[in-house]
Design a protein around this ligand. Structure first.
Ligand SMILES: Nc1nc2c(c(=O)[nH]1)N[C@H]1C(S)=C(S)[C@@H](COP(=O)(O)O)O[C@H]1N2
Ligand SMILES: [Mo]
Length: 153
């Protein structure tokens, strides 16, 4: 977790049903394999946006934190949700199965840079190349909660 007085670096809290909860900065996220993607998404207010993003897969970062399901029972993962929130309170939910390679395998990234601008100070941004709408591209991520406590109704 790097932080200097001259350049404040945003921190993201990774919490929930995890063996290894963590506080992560963009420099920390550079420790995972980086993927590049060019995306277009539509915004209801500002029209179509085009961006290039770089960052680790959300799946790789969350897997390293040790989500509390039985790894050999694929069915056990189906009750897990992922809640992502930005500094301004904007938030969205993903399901674990949405990003799991055994299920929908969506190539969701936790961007460390947008259009070659590092996100160290702003905080990482969620990138969902499969989304037509831009609303889940949450910027300035401050918290991600992995929650598996959904009992049968
Ligand atoms: N933190 C945060 N992220 C956000 C939003 C927001 O209100 N707060 N709006 C979303 C919406 S609705 C869109 S369309 C895109 C807009 O991305 P842009 O600012 O690059 O056009 O950001 C998304 N990410
Ligand atoms: Mo939007």
């Amino acid at each position: 977790m790097s932080q200097t007085l001259t350049q404040p670096v945003a921190e993201l809290a990774l919490t929930g049903d995890l063996a290894r909860p963590a506080r992560l900065t963009v420099p920390d996220l550079l420790g995972w394999p980086q993927h590049r993607v060019k995306v277009a998404f539509e915004c209801r207010t500002s029209g179509t946006q085009h961006h290039r993003f770089t960052g680790p897969r959300l799946y790789d970062v969350l897997s390293a934190a040790g989500p509390g399901f039985d790894p050999v029972r694929r069915k056990d993962r189906l009750r897990f949700l992922i809640a992502v929130s930005g500094t301004d309170g904007h938030h969205a939910l993903l399901s674990w199965a949405e990003i799991d390679p055994d299920f929908a395998d969506a190539p969701v990234l936790l961007a460390t840079a947008v259009d070659d601008t590092p996100l160290d100070r702003a905080g990482p941004q969620l990138v969902l190349p499969q989304d037509r709408c831009g609303a889940r591209y949450i910027s300035g991520i401050r918290a991600i909660r992995v929650d598996g406590r959904y009992p049968r109704p």
